[in-house]
Ligand binder design. Structure first.
Ligand code: SDX
Length: 392
């Protein structure tokens, strides 16, 4: 049932840890959450059921799912004083800066989730983190657009609740569009975990010192923000907007191939996938579904489609095994859902919080867990004696 995978990663493996959560085969374009193909989970599961799977290793029974859903719902609201924390930010602060600060501050409000050696505390911390991150992301959005915060409701599904907390206004409540909520829920599933990527490794390293879970997740948010990582979805849409029309795609493909030009195709390439990112295929389908549901023809989709076609046929990208990754189509989709570009990476962070906290929990449950301590190859000066100032 949990047969050990033996695989040749195609490179000298620098495995940093053992994990049972996510398996990636970069050459074959395979992604499994606890053994289940990402395509099947995106098609048949939902964010709460998949979160349970990542945390517990098995798909929940009906009762287990009900209990888990109730616990998450119970923890969606944030401490009333926590709101004051947001008012310290400038209105034009990037929502990732707000989320980084706000999540890091959670330990000041929820002391009973910081004793990481108590399994009950750890369980509450995982549920609290998964429950509150949509509320915090929605608050970051509301603060950015200058609208009042919206409280979560207990009668709405996880993703529906998030959409309402973002788009409801005092003058008019937000009526949940089930199609759009289902599409966003699928996007959350695609982004939930991805083995030991940069931000997950950051969370594990922070957690290995015994830091509280909220501080560890804040570290993950900080790392994800980078344009080479989670910030790529925002950068990819800005790139498509800069290209503007399909006839200008060739000029940018040429720039991406020019070693003297720092320009890279955002949403292309991957440290592990040397084949098509399986999430990108599901993302592309979700993109078409959302555009059809909202009834818009986004000209940037034509730019993206042309760019993908040219790149997949170009020897440079074929030889370097560069394919679209999850970030290539997500920006167009999220914009069609009504989110500004600044919210794209916060949405990635919202979803990845599930994987981060599952990996944090797995690490702490390992009886042999020790503090992380990466080593280095020293390339500095050989040992030498001090030289007094008047002799230099
Ligand atoms: C995510 O790790 C994860 O799992 C991350 C993630 C997750 O779910 O957590 O999947 C999420 O971060 C996806 C990646 C999002 N980033 C982007 O889309 C930014 C654009 N992509 C690149 O910056 C780049 O592809 C990286 C950072 C993702 C990977 O960079 P690497 O490690 O340099 O890639 P590589 O070793 O495979 O590059 C091979 C060659 C290099 O040229 P040479 O040194 O061989 O001459 O291809 C070039 C690279 O310069 N190259 C690109 C390119 N990506 C790599 N050239 C043009 N455009 C690109 N996008």
């Amino acid at each position: 049932k949990t047969g050990k995978f033996t695989f040749d990663p195609g490179f000298t493996s620098t495995a940093s840890c053992e994990s049972k959560i996510t398996f990636i085969d970069g050459n074959e374009g395979v992604l499994l959450y606890r053994g289940y193909p990402i395509e099947q989970l995106a098609e048949h599961s939902d964010s709460i059921e998949t979160a349970y799977l990542l945390l517990h290793g098995e798909l929940p029974t009906a009762d287990e799912c009900t209990d888990f859903r109730s616990s998450i719902t119970y923890h969606t609201m944030v401490h009333e004083h926590f709101k004051q924390f947001f008012y310290g930010f400038r209105r034009d602060a990037h929502p990732m800066a707000v989320m980084c600060g706000a999540v890091g501050a959670l330990s000041a409000f929820y002391h009973d989730s910081t004793d990481i050696h108590d399994p009950k505390h750890r369980e509450v911390a995982t549920h609290r983190m998964i429950a509150k991150i949509p509320t915090i992301a929605a608050m970051a959005y509301k603060y950015m657009v200058g609208q009042p915060f919206v409280h979560p409701r207990n009668d709405l599904h996880y993703t529906e609740n998030f959409l309402r907390m973002c788009f409801s206004v005092p003058a008019e409540d937000y009526e949940v569009n089930k199609t759009l909520a289902a599409a966003l829920d699928k996007i959350f599933i695609l982004h939930m975990d991805h083995e030991q990527n940069a931000s997950t490794s950051t969370v594990r390293l922070a957690g290995s010192s015994g830091a509280n879970p909220f501080a560890c997740i804040a570290a993950g948010i900080a790392c994800l923000w980078g344009p080479s990582h989670g910030g790529a979805n925002e950068a990819a849409l800005r790139m498509l907007m800069e290209i503007g029309t399909p006839d200008r795609v060739g000029e940018y493909v040429k720039r991406a191939k020019d070693k003297d030009d720092p320009f890279r195709l955002m949403g292309f390439g991957h440290r592990v996938y040397k084949n098509y990112d399986p999430r990108a295929k599901v993302m592309q389908k979700a993109c078409h579904e959302v555009l059809e549901a909202v009834g818009i023809q986004d000209p940037l989709l034509d730019v993206a489609t042309k760019l993908e076609k040219i790149a997949l046929e170009d020897d440079y990208f074929v030889e370097k095994k560069l394919y679209p990754n999850i970030d290539f189509y997500s920006g167009i989709t999220l914009r069609a859902l009504g989110f500004p570009t600044e919210m794209f990476t916060p949405l990635f962070a919202l979803a990845r919080t599930v994987g981060w906290i599952a990996q944090w929990q797995e690490m702490l449950e390992d009886p042999n867990q020790k503090i992380g301590r990466p080593r280095q190859i020293y390339t500095g000066a050989a040992k030498r004696d001090y030289v007094p100032l008047d002799a230099r």
